[in-house]
Design a protein around this ligand. Structure first.
Ligand SMILES: Nc1ncnc2c1ncn2[C@@H]1O[C@H](COP(=O)(O)OP(=O)(O)OP(=O)(O)O)[C@@H](O)[C@H]1O
Length: 308
């Protein structure tokens, strides 16, 4: 199937000469939730802003549902809803007026039934006549989503949807995003929170210094995550891993005092029983042992720091 967003050879150099994006290639499939992860300044907002037609690319093309975002801006943009990082709503307007007005900005005829549906879906219906300034922070964020959905876009960008939001509200937002996906909307979100990507995304992309350094199915990433390490502190230091233990893929620490065994928690067998037996047979004794699970956070930090 044709991707709903196709980014090819995209680069952005700001007027300052700063190169914020370097040759980005990325396809987003229809109906997926894609999480774009990256440290501050990695280029996430720049990428979203280009796709949404707010920032001009220096090189490359972006197609949104087959429409070139530069040459065919209006058609491309009408397919996209954007929830920006900052809350930008008119404090004195009512929820209903704000959301209806947003729809009008895209040249769409009024459709009260649609506005009613999104307000209901986002649990805002009871607040439809309330002024924005009287709403809680979480409600205001929902209003931002309602605005972005007012013109029935097929693609929704959420730039840091849960930045500065408490844990409970974050969970709420995840629910909202999941139920949106059920209506067929493709969702691309940026986040600093690895947990968010773990919970919600079908696929994860990691961007660092303006380059995409990894794109992976979440399930695949979780599989990598499912690795654990067993560290054995040896009674006597070793010069090298004995040949009879070579099948276990052990690593010896630089000082020779620790053996590290990595295994897959999702596998049927960990191989630990066999390892302990072989260690015993080889006469290797240990004082202590620890297990440690590598988190997505660690994988991410390693990936990003390698690039620095
Ligand atoms: N108008 C601009 N002129 C010059 N440099 C800019 C401009 N806008 C952004 N940048 C720089 O481009 C880089 C990428 O910024 P961007 O906002 O895309 O990052 P980000 O990944 O969204 O970061 P954050 O997570 O902090 O929002 C940063 O170093 C930023 O300082």
């Amino acid at each position: 199937m044709q991707p709903i967003i196709s980014v090819s050879n995209l680069s952005k150099t700001y007027a300052s000469g700063f190169s914020a994006l370097k040759n980005i290639n990325l396809d987003i499939s229809r109906g997926e939730i894609f999480a774009l992860l990256g440290p501050n300044g990695a280029g996430k907002t720049t990428l979203i802003s280009i796709i949404c037609g707010i920032v001009n690319p220096t090189e490359g093309t972006v197609l949104a549902d087959g429409h070139d975002i530069v040459r065919d801006y209006r058609d491309a943009r009408s397919r996209i809803g954007l929830v920006p990082q900052e809350l930008t709503t008119d404090a004195f307007e009512t929820v209903w007026a704000t959301v209806s007005f947003s729809r009008g900005l895209f040249g769409k005829p009024a459709n009260p039934a649609h506005i009613e549906k999104i307000l209901k879906d986002l649990s805002l219906w009871e607040k439809k006549d309330s002024k924005i300034m009287t709403l809680s922070g979480g409600m205001k964020r929902r209003v931002m989503i309602a605005k972005a959905l007012s013109h029935e876009p097929q693609i929704l960008f959420l730039d840091e949807p849960t930045a500065g939001v408490d844990v409970e509200l974050r969970r709420d937002m995840w629910e909202v995003v999941r139920s949106l996906r059920e209506t067929g909307v493709t969702i691309i979100l940026t986040t600093h929170y690895i947990e968010e990507a773990e919970q919600m995304a079908d696929r994860v992309g990691v961007i660092s210094h303006g380059e995409i350094i990894l794109i992976e199915d979440k399930a695949e990433l979780m599989h990598k995550l499912g690795r654990k390490q067993l560290t054995l502190q040896l009674q006597q230091r070793l010069e090298q891993v004995p040949a009879e233990l070579s099948s276990h893929g052990l690593e010896l620490s630089d000082d020779g005092n620790e053996l590290v065994y990595t295994y897959d928690t999702q596998g049927e067998r960990t191989g630990i029983t066999a390892l302990l037996k072989d260690l015993n047979d080889a006469g290797i004794r240990f004082k202590d042992l620890q297990t440690k699970q590598s988190s997505l956070e660690e994988i991410f930090v390693n990936l990003v720091s390698e690039r620095r």
